[in-house]
Ligand binder design. Sequence first.
Ligand code: 2AM
Ligand code: CA
Ligand code: CA
Ligand code: CA
Length: 276
Amino acid sequence: MEHRDWMVLGKQVSDWIKEAADQLRDSLSLPLEISEKSAHNDLVTNMDRSIERYLVEKIRTAYPDDKIISEEGYGDGVKDKTGVLWLLDPIDGTLNFVMQKRFFAISIGIYENGKGKAAFIYDVMGDELFHCLTGHGAYQNAKKLPKLTEVTIENALIDLSATWLKPNRRIDEEIMTDIVRRSSGTRAYGAASLELAYVAAGYLDAYFTMRLSPWDYGAGLILLSEVGGCYSRADGTPIDILEKTSVLAARPGLHAYIVDHIQKQVKKGKIISEPK
Ligand code: 2AM
Ligand code: CA
Ligand code: CA
Ligand code: CA
């Protein structure tokens, strides 16, 4: 493989993202074409497709040997982690994009032979770029993010996507009850990449969700690693970046505490299972 200048790539990707974000902001004054995917609240718009097409073309032109996993179908059918792999979500938080016209992000995580190398999560309307080149620190715009410290559950703000509170077969609703009751409070923002970036930035102490795809969490996990955050599947086992998975991300210490809690609940017979 060619020697890659990650600094050059970092500047390039930031530029592409800013251009794509301009297109997204401009689109807010135009009519959107919206269609449903798996459910009434699982949407895709013409802009999800057009931004993905735009970014995929940039990547393919600059780095023709790289592989891409992306949400809207312009990427590759990727079977293994060898080489350079881009995990790309053109709009993370499509429901927010459609309903709120804010709080959505462009998310790009880049892995080399399975190891996180670079991450970019751009809050389009907030004009906030979270990024890192592995080993060089994580940034929120120009501000370097400090390493994460520990926090007790009583002082923790926990982000939970509430979808699992609806009746479903994959998780018992009570599995997190004690954690939630003991915590300082809960939040849910509806854009997984930003929620992971907020854990990395210390605005949230933990994020827990039952079903994400590689393009949702790819960048966020790299960013989190760079500041010493911890992550795993709900039961504490490792995440495979080619798979749909539950994600539990948190400050060190708190992560172990929540995993331990979930494992005890499972021993008592509560159900938690991974997405297919
Ligand atoms: P998306 O907007 O790119 O689809 C919403 O709580 C968060 O979960 C968003 O980051 C959303 O990404 C993600 N998500 C993953 N799978 C989803 C699904 N099937 N339906 C809606 N949101 C999903
Ligand atoms: Ca989607
Ligand atoms: Ca997403
Ligand atoms: Ca998306």
